[in-house]
Design a binder for this molecule. Structure first.
Ligand code: GRG
Length: 302
């Protein structure tokens, strides 16, 4: 699905949430101290490059589902920006020579190519801590603020995304089973997507039941996102992907496609899509946007 084919409501929502979060990130990254201009430039390059801003969109949409359409999305700006900063840092570090060693991301040179390796490492480090500064910048109820910080720290750290990345790096040239591949992706890609949805729901005032439903929805779309990523890695063109096509196969990394074939991976994707829709059925409120986001994740072309 290219952005031209998106339902109008979703297209408008994605546009509005991208504008909001980019402006919040700009604001956070516009005051370098003397001598750190290059660092800040690299941080802005990484965090404000042409990405889909999917995690911020999930924050806003999951808050809105509990608060209704009249809800002031400004309440979520810092949290949405925090999620995007963590995501941007993960991409910068993932592309480094010591990790995936990629020189193309979002259709442009990766951060360490556009700047240099040391600057890219520092930009990633600083984007990570910037995320927590952003969460602290919002005058929220202390309990809620602590809850958001815990969600993000857990999802991004050694029991979340970083664990997934460590397992992934160890899996090169290994034969993983599906039972090993799935937990790795639930951590590497799924944890941050799930945290985005849960943190949005918390900002929306979700209770325990609402949070549990959002978690089921987000776990399904988080894994679906990765399955579609694996499918695109072998079916889409580099120019469309904005990153090197076939990079996983080249590195001999196990993927859903290498284990299940393209058709098997598409079946898996359809099952996860259905699980996300099923979770939404138990949620009160207008879930159309969340359904459309799930559709977008499984049908996206890059
Ligand atoms: C380096 C600690 C550390 C973690 C890296 C998420 C991750 C862990 C690495 C990214 C590798 C990768 C390409 C994973 C596939 C799924 C994914 C996160 C794709 C990129 O996310 P998009 O499509 O990117 O949301 P945009 O550019 O749209 O923001």
């Amino acid at each position: 699905m290219s952005s031209a084919n998106l339902p109008e409501e979703l297209k408008a929502f994605l546009q509005a949430s991208s504008t909001r979060v980019e402006s919040r990130i700009q604001q956070a990254l516009n005051t370098p101290i003397d001598g750190s201009e290059k660092l800040f430039e690299a941080m802005r390059y990484a965090a404000l490059g042409p990405g889909k801003r999917l995690r911020p969109a999930l924050v806003y949409a999951c808050a809105q589902v509990f608060r209704g359409v009249d809800f002031d999305l400004a309440y979520c700006d810092s949290t949405a920006a925090a999620l995007e900063c963590i995501h941007a840092y993960s991409l910068v570090h993932d592309d480094l020579p010591a990790m995936d060693d990629d020189d193309l991301r979002r259709g442009r040179p990766t951060c360490h190519i556009a700047y240099d390796e040391a600057t890219a490492i520092l930009a990633g480090d600083a984007l990570q801590t910037q995320a927590f500064e952003l969460l602290l910048a919002e005058p929220l109820a202390p309990q809620l603020q602590l809850h958001l910080m815990r969600e993000l720290a857990t999802a991004a750290g050694a029991r979340g995304m970083v664990a997934g990345q460590a397992i992934d790096l160890n899996s090169v040239d290994q034969t993983l089973t599906l039972d090993q591949l799935e937990p790795m992706h639930r951590l590497k890609t799924g944890a941050l997507i799930c945290a985005s949805a849960r943190m949005g729901a918390l900002l929306g005032g979700a209770g325990e039941r609402g949070l549990e439903i959002i978690t089921r929805y987000a776990q399904a779309i988080g894994l679906a996102f990765q399955v579609q990523d694996d499918i695109l890695d072998i079916t889409a063109e580099t120019a469309v992907l904005g990153k090197t096509q076939g990079a996983d196969a080249l590195r001999n990394k196990p993927t859903y496609v290498s284990l299940l074939g393209v058709d098997g991976a598409r079946d898996k994707l359809a099952k996860l899509h259905a699980q996300a829709a099923q979770a939404l059925q138990s949620l009160d409120g207008d879930t159309l946007l969340l359904q459309q986001l799930a559709d977008y994740i499984v049908q996206r072309g890059h």
